[in-house]
Design a binder for this molecule. Structure first.
Ligand code: AMP
Ligand code: ZN
Length: 668
């Protein structure tokens, strides 16, 4: 067998296993065996880059960066759906259908998957592109991200090789969502609100390797523009299944409206047993010729109707209101409820947002309240049954002092939120700031999580993030659930964080309104912290993206001597307060226009993803494998020997990261 044949047969084999595992849920080989085959293919592809293929199973791990998503016009418009909420609505709809269509009408009932719509285009049986719904006429091309989703076949067995579109919904299962949030909690990152927003947000991530880590699934429900015969919605779903797409098995044909209603009633009752969220069902006229007769309104097909389930609500008793203090001192009231079952889970708490909301509900202790499960994990109180209120019930008044440190709370005019102003001594604020400092996007300290931070703060070991650098083994080892090995990891993680670049340090400081992007812009405009500190408001405002709110927040931050003192301490420990390498160079330009780069190995000053990013930002092109057309190979440590050999063979210059930065700087 030639290398090319071997590569092709491995690709087919891996895709078949992928399909069995993710679409059919019936794997026939172990994960170990699958990984072995995948590695074999990876090795072959690495050594024979001339056979590279964006639809190879090896590409599912992602790695490409999309800086801005291209707008693409859909071949077939993506319509919305009309909504109905009752049996009467459906009967009205049927009456409208019967006016247009002669003869019997049957229906296909499907679940309405709650995620983000997607349109996949296949040509020659291969995934060509994936586009979001957008405004229905045109959407964003997110192919690199969609390729990482295992339930999306990269190659299909279509009845012919002509181009067609297939519509579906990208969703995240409930358990996948929960696991993702658990991982985020462990890293001290902000939690996602609900599976739907997380799924749609994931489609627009720039780094496809990040998307690959998200547990996304794609359900398909409609083929468009097929150049082969399809006569019913039901057989369309069967065809999609046969081609390798995931089509949930719950979809069911109905001979009449009574059967449609039975389907709706069943899933209204049982929807919590599904591993993913639905927000209703979709009923479609089954016969595609009848669909054509019915056609579309300006916004939706006349042959389909969504039936929306009511948000579920229950009544229960308000036991108490407790108050949580966040990193910035913001106070959030939380209702404690008599436990009650709602939407398949037991609810004990509900969020109340702020004082205004408590007032608006005119909440009293002991009230019977209506709790609704909306799209978010934490349910909310939507109404109070005040006719059931006891005469002596006391109104819930907002607290006046901090539940943690007893400082009098402040409320800035125009803001709904109350704050605890005691930044320096209020434990949750201290813990919150340190947790932010160590989080992955900031100093990325491995071996340390929020719980340990809380423990160390409460025991008086640390009081701010600069104290982390003074921690000794003998202080850490005795901590609960710690031990020698974990303590070593923690100390090492803290030490490693000294390598984090200046802009990450700026973000880690937690200056109000200074997010990741702003920190990057600041690092670029003010190459060290002293220059930044000395900047006037005008100088700050001259920087892209920086408005009065951020400028004032920075000025206030630097005018506080405690803050500056903390920075001096961090600097004395060796934290980076000066821009180096990429931080000093312009963020984007046309310097690399017309050049293509292969990136290989591990770099000192930037991650591989950042380097690729820089190439595209400066108008260059990143390619996966070396060919005669490659302009440069940017090589870091541990560059693959076969890549080096290949570059030498073809006479492609190999440059290091410093040469690369110089290239950009010189051109600018
Ligand atoms: P809406 O966004 O409320 O107008 O509803 C239309 C959307 O429902 C479509 O764009 C799809 O993304 C989504 N949807 C979910 N499940 C289905 C399904 N089985 N058939 C058609 N559309 C569906
Ligand atoms: Zn406080």
């Amino acid at each position: 067998m030639s290398v090319e044949e071997k590569i092709n047969s491995l690709r087919l084999e891996l895709e078949a296993h992928n399909h069995r595992y993710y679409v059919l849920d019936t794997p026939v080989i172990s994960d170990f065996e699958f990984d072995r085959l995948l590695r074999e293919l990876q090795d072959l592809e690495r050594d024979h880059p001339q056979f590279a293929d964006p639809n190879s199973p090896t590409q599912r791990v992602g790695g490409s960066i999309t800086k801005s998503f291209e707008t693409v016009v859909h071949d077939h418009r993506m319509y919305s759906l009309d909504n109905s909420y009752s049996k009467e609505d459906l009967l009205d709809w049927e009456a409208r259908i019967k006016k247009v269509v002669d003869g019997p009408v049957t229906y296909m009932c499907e679940l309405k998957y709650d995620g983000a719509s997607i349109s996949l285009t296949y040509e020659q049986g291969r995934l060509l592109r994936a586009v979001t719904r957008g405004d229905g006429l045109q959407g964003d091309e997110v192919t690199a991200n969609i390729r990482t989703i295992n339930t999306v076949p990269l190659k299909v067995n279509a009845p012919n090789s002509e181009r067609f579109d297939i519509r579906g919904e990208i969703i995240m299962t409930k358990s996948g969502f929960q696991q993702l949030n658990e991982q985020r909690a462990a890293l001290g990152e902000e939690l996602f609100k609900n599976p739907r927003n997380t799924a749609s947000g994931s489609l627009k991530l720039q780094d496809s390797a990040e998307v690959a880590k998200r547990p996304l699934t794609c359900f398909l429900y409609s083929i468009q523009g097929a150049k082969w015969p399809i006569d019913t919605q039901e057989s369309m779903l069967d065809q999609a299944r046969a081609m390798g797409f995931k089509v949930p098995a719950q979809a069911k044909a109905a001979a009449d409206m009574n059967q449609v209603m039975a389907f709706i009633d069943y899933w209204d009752q049982h929807r919590h047993e599904l591993p993913y969220e639905i927000d209703g069902v979709v009923i479609k006229v089954n016969d595609l010729n009848q669909q054509v007769e019915l056609g579309y309104t300006a916004k939706a097909p006349r042959w389909a109707m969504a039936y929306k389930f009511k948000a579920e609500e229950v009544q229960t008793e308000l036991l108490n209101v407790v108050y949580q203090v966040g990193r910035t001192g913001a106070i959030t009231p939380v209702a404690e409820l008599r436990p009650v079952e709602l939407a398949g889970t037991v609810v004990k708490r509900a969020s109340l947002h702020n004082a205004d909301q408590i007032e608006k509900l005119d909440l009293h202790f002991g009230d019977v309240v209506v709790v609704e499960k909306g799209g978010e994990i934490i349910p909310k109180i939507t109404a109070v049954r005040d006719h059931l209120r006891r005469e002596d019930a006391l109104p819930v008044g907002f607290i006046e002092s901090c539940p943690e440190c007893e400082s009098p709370l402040v409320r800035l005019s125009g803001e709904a939120q109350h704050y605890c102003p005691n930044e320096t001594e209020c434990a949750p604020q201290i813990i919150g700031r340190i947790s932010h400092y160590i989080s992955r996007k900031a100093m990325d300290i491995d071996g340390l999580g929020e719980e340990t931070v809380a423990l160390m703060v409460r025991q008086g070991l640390i009081n701010d993030f600069a104290d982390l650098y003074g921690l000794r083994m003998d202080q850490v080892v005795p901590l609960e659930r710690m031990g020698q090995k974990s303590a070593e990891n923690l100390i090492q993680g803290v030490k490693d964080s000294l390598k984090q670049p200046y802009h990450k340090v700026l973000f880690a400081l937690g200056v109000r309104h200074v997010g990741e992007t702003v920190a990057q812009k600041l690092a670029q405009a003010f190459p060290d912290i002293d220059t930044l500190k000395a900047a006037t408001q005008d100088e700050l405002l001259a920087v892209d993206d920086i408005g009065v709110k951020i400028a004032d927040s920075l000025m206030a931050y630097f005018s506080d001597s405690d803050n500056w003192h903390r920075i001096e301490r961090l600097r004395s420990y060796g934290c980076q307060f000066e821009a180096m390498g990429t931080e000093q160079i312009q963020l984007s330009s046309a310097a690399l226009d017309g050049l293509s780069f292969v990136v290989s190995g591990v770099f000192q000053k930037v991650s591989r993803a950042e380097l690729k990013n820089l190439i595209t930002e400066h108008s260059g092109k990143v390619v996966g494998s070396i060919s005669g057309k490659t302009s440069y190979v940017v090589a870091g440590d541990q560059m693959g020997p076969s890549k080096r050999q290949k570059a030498d063979q073809l006479g492609i210059p190999i440059i290091g990261e410093n040469d690369f930065f110089e290239m950009i700087n010189k051109a600018n």
